[in-house]
Design a protein around this ligand. Sequence first.
Ligand code: PRX
Length: 688
Amino acid sequence: MAETNDHSVANGALLFDPPSNLQNEAHVKSMQQYQKMYKQSIEDPETFWREISAQFYWKSPPTGKFFEYNFDVGKGPISIKWMTGAKTNICYNMLDRHIANGLGDKVAFYWEGNDPNDFGKITYSELLARVSKFSNVLKNLGVSRGDRVAIYMPMILDLSVAMLACARIGAIHSIVFAGYSSESLAERILDATCSAIITADGVWRGTKLLNLKKIVDDALKICDEKGHRVEKCVVVRHLSPSDEIVKTNGDFEEEPEACRPSRKLKINWQPGRDIWWHEMMTSASSECEPEWMDAEDPLFMLYTSGSTGKPKGVLHTIGGYMLYTATTFKYVFDYQPDDVYWCTADVGWITGHSYVTYGPLGNGATGLIFEGTPFYPNAGRFWEIVDKYRVTKFYTAPTAIRALMKFGDDFVKKYKRDSLKILGTVGEPINPEAWLWYYRVVGNSKCAIVDTFWQTETGGHVLTPLPGATPTKPGSATFPFFGVIPALLTEEGKVIEGPGEGYLVFKQPWPSLMRTVYGNQERFETTYFKKFPGYYCTGDGAKRDEDGYIWITGRIDDMVNVSGHLLSTAEVESALITHKSVAEAASVSHPHSIKGECIYCFVTLKQGAEYTNDLVTELKNIVRAKIGPFAQPDFLQNAPALPKTRSGKIMRRILRKIAVGDRNLGDTSTLADESVIDVLFQNRPNNA
Ligand code: PRX
């Protein structure tokens, strides 16, 4: 059945015009308007962003150039600077500024717990009071401007409070997704030398009780052993009074899985270091003068996987990040004052930083924070919440859409979704089938779909449709946002004009591009700027069609995108080789119907070791323990030997083919020993 607003185009892809009711109220109502604004944004970025910056509060204006940069490694250090010398405070702009404009009683966030009976809300004034109190708590604990603070928390309002409080006093937050293992958490704390950590006792995820404090205890123990002491650990008492907390003074074994779900949580408590959040908050003042920061001072670091296996602390600064997240939020979700906006991403990822917290608050919007999962208590949970709060703009990941699609349409149709106007996706390429289901079933063929391409490094959307202007094609992130100049390059660095496929790069910085890798400028330059001098290199491939639409084809480095989470194959391999029986390991990406991609590992065992089901379980568990449950490989196979070049380099291209059972291997002439190939095909697991 043909939709009212779609029609076929020459290259066979469907084209969907913006819904007309949305178009009438949209900030950008046509492609002509988009093109005009885009042209100005790239020809005169300074004027474009200076005008936008006037909507924010600045204690004093920039002292130097509004915008300066060097993208060319041949011309000195890579540097990106916006509004240097201007003084501001992002927390003031997120809260005080709106309250001064009369929005004090507006809801800043609704909160929905894991349990549908748990919910709450907080207004802008209440949020400011709570943030100010916690800012004073941090100060009383000795945290000051420039200090790094780790945050390892569930999706609760206090998570936003914690990050805004850091921003208010000029401390740099480093949020670690509360699904990472204690080892991963410790690695990040050590890299950033955090002096304090904020966490919660535990959290229910679906029917599972996670002992967050225990993970933090273990991480802090690792830090102690490595000579770095985290002085303070603030713990939110999040579990209900019926969840009994037993404090111990030393180590203890975690309860066996079989005992769960018990409501008893044992946590280690170090007096002096560990402090209850609520105890500190009672005596703290609810007024705190913001620390006036430079636009180019760091706001936060967020770790993202690197192809060497060691995570990179992506550093973002205050002024540019504030402008860009607020502006993309306004245009991409076509923000209107009566919106109820919901982004389902965890704040532990960049999407949660930019589009749960800073982007919406930068506009004085009403957002929603959800603690639970899409499947608990059943697969209708998302749509039940949309119905309950009359959500107007909804933003989620393709992996969630694909997973929910499998449960059928009834879970969706059971709930009212007539409030919805814009549906967004992020994190990985969306397959047209999932796009169409999202459009037709969830959106009732009435909403605009915005497929937003961006990265932890880019800070905000860089390729995206504008909902009232851009005709969309399922699976394409369409065109650049204001200020962004994409290009496709050949392997040799030649610019591809017109239709074609190549490396996706960007020609000049927009305000929220990362500034450096924390503590490692050299790695920053090597990773993103060495391959193609003069460009920021995304690490993604893309193609441009006859109509100029850009389609992301996926990573072109050794990264795997599992359910929208980037992992490096090296990270998984280093976990596997810590097992006593493993001599060598290689992991590659493998297509997965829900996760998009999953991890497929080849392991070569030491002499005498036996490849058994128990070993496979142990290896999966090692990856869970070293990185986190979300990194667990889906497939493992015995590899008596790996395909290597004569110089000993593993040929991953061939392993990717073996993983999917494709015997069409291409050129194998550089292989040192061709006989390994047959053995590897024979050893493929039955379920692969
Ligand atoms: O490969 C691209 C993919 O996710 C990568 C960035 O991952 P991360 O830094 O974790 O940030 C995810 C949330 C912004 C990109 O290099 N990616 C992200 N969005 C899309 C995408 N691939 C295709 N389409 C997208 N819309």
